[in-house]
Design a protein. Structure first.
Length: 327
């Protein structure tokens, strides 16, 4: 199946692109050349064409200065490269790596012998500081922990055994493994409003975040299906899991995956249109949820209209290098 044959997922709201979508390529290339030397040269060349800094402006269009979008763009790069590099890392080793990165996210300085990715983590934290508070930083680090622990670490055994999970298991794992909980955190600094903790923990806000993550996980699976059909360890894709579990054709699996996606979108819209009364915070929470929605449609637009070769060009997706390439 060719990527152009896969239907484009739709949303009942528009997308926006921030003003800096083309502004960070030179900086990005410098980050990659300076701090990602632990990856092979061919992989670094590929990443320069992946447009991750461009995706930041598609997903967070409200950021209206370069200083405001820079930590988000830097974060987009280091989290994506972390995800790719450590994809097949043994769980016990990844736990220590996770904990060290969390310490740096919370203010610890990188060690002298750390790989450059850790330095990029520290820089993104430093650049976020003017726009966030301590509560946000703790939430950001916690979401990174959950993504690594309940996402990557849950996926790895399936990939190593080349064994499909059930659809129910997949949906729970992909809610975390696609890393959209931590990717979603910059919505707040991008709109210059940090959601108070008691509202962030409200069941409806938590449900909206869960729906955001699941919708975007399915987006990712649709955008990467051609690539994943060619890699035998890439089996945690909703289309492939439905095909395997229900013994249906690829086309039928796509139709069912779209149905699940559209039900999530419908629920998101219903909750967005019927938010509780958050008192003095109401206008800002409405704005926050609106920008969560723009993050969803923005990523969808970036997959299909952005300049990235990550999903569009065969052979441009890098292989996991942890344990293969020695820093």
């Amino acid at each position: 199946m060719k990527q152009q044959d896969v239907p484009v997922l739709q949303y009942p709201w528009p997308y926006e692109i921030g003003p800096f979508s083309q502004s960070f390529y030179e900086e990005q290339n410098n980050w990659i050349d300076t701090d990602y030397q632990f990856m092979s040269e061919i992989t670094r060349i590929k990443y320069k064409k992946h447009g991750l800094v461009e995706a930041a402006s598609y997903m967070f269009p409200a950021a209206n200065t370069k200083e405001q979008i820079r930590p988000i763009a830097r974060f987009m790069v280091w989290l994506t490269l972390f995800d790719d590099y450590y994809e097949l890392c043994p769980v016990d080793k990844l736990a220590d790596i996770r904990d060290h990165i969390m310490d740096v996210m919370l203010g610890e300085q990188p060690k002298a012998d750390d790989i450059g990715l850790i330095k990029q983590v520290a820089l993104s934290r430093q650049e976020f500081i003017p726009y966030v508070n301590d509560e946000w930083l703790v939430r950001w680090a916690k979401n990174f922990y959950n993504y690594t622990t309940y996402g990557i670490m849950e996926e790895t055994p399936y990939k190593l055994k080349k064994e499909f999970p059930t659809l129910s298991n997949l949906l729970l794992i992909r809610e975390y493994s696609i890393s959209m909980y931590p990717y979603g955190d910059p919505v707040e600094p991008s709109i210059n409003y940090i959601v108070p903790g008691h509202i962030s923990e409200h069941p409806i806000i938590k449900r909206l975040k869960m729906l955001m993550c699941r919708i975007m996980a399915i987006q990712n699976d649709f955008a990467s299906i051609e690539k994943e059909l060619r890699i035998d360890t890439e089996i945690l894709n909703i289309i492939l899991v439905i095909k395997n579990q229900y013994h249906v054709s690829l086309e039928e699996a796509i139709t069912e995956a779209m149905h699940i996606h559209d039900l999530y979108v419908q629920e998101f819209v219903e909750l967005q249109n019927n938010l509780p009364d958050f008192g003095i915070h109401q206008k800002n929470i409405v704005r926050f949820v609106h920008n969560m929605a723009l993050m969803i449609s923005g990523l969808g637009a970036w997959y299909h209209k952005g300049n990235s070769t990550r999903y569009k060009t065969p052979g441009e997706f890098p292989k996991p290098e942890y344990g293969i390439i020695t820093p």
